[in-house]
Design a protein around this ligand. Sequence first.
Ligand SMILES: [Zn+2]
Length: 274
Amino acid sequence: MQSAQQPEKETSPGGLLKDTWNFLWITSLVGLVVATLFTAWTEPGLLPASFSRDVSQAILLQATETSQSQPTPTPRARPLVGIVVGHWDDETGDPGAVCSDIDLTEFQVNQTIATLVRDLLLEDGIDVDLLREFDPLLSGYRATALISIHADSCEYINDQATGFKVSAALANPAPERSARLTACLRNRYGQATGLSLHNSITPDMTSYHAFDEIDPQTTAAIIEVGFLNLDRQLLTQEPQKAAQGIVDGINCFLNNENLAPAVILPTETPASTP
Ligand SMILES: [Zn+2]
């Protein structure tokens, strides 16, 4: 209803200020509610308590920063993700782990999965750089995220040498963002592949060379997609599952998705096969 007594309501500076203040207040409230829900939904059993807390704090921090510094929605550019193909090195020709019993190298597995990841990300409207192990582009590389894809040993070690590993840099300028990326990758990759998280992160991973080369603003992680011995079936026969798990993890990170629902859902296989 238009009131004749308040003809200047729509345009007066006081009215605008009030509207802006209301918008800021509502934005802050929404941020707080979302952060609270994320905190409440974080499955305690999924991650170590300290890790869950770090992620929750990171989300809370992000929500707060968003509500304070971006009161006006701004159009988002297409995100860029860098994918390092582990051991793609034409100069040394070092293929990483070698399976001497069959004609299979770690590089072949990394390349197949990385290429599938790139294709799936492009389908999702995400720009991708496929990078070599020591790609010159890595120096000062700027992207929303960087993931390096590797696979574990081909030797039979013991029956526990199965599963995947995800790690971020040990010394990290933005620990809350890398905690979020690694949590997303662990959660979604485990769900997509059925592999369990192998709890042994080596200095090779936390001190991965690319972590020191890229721009500090680029959130990065390295994933060992599985062991070439006990997980060979999945890695060579169903690489699309591994690729989908990585893509789901990246999307989880980019979209700040909730981590909890993907935890214990059984893998559903379509009943109808031709
Ligand atoms: Zn490797």
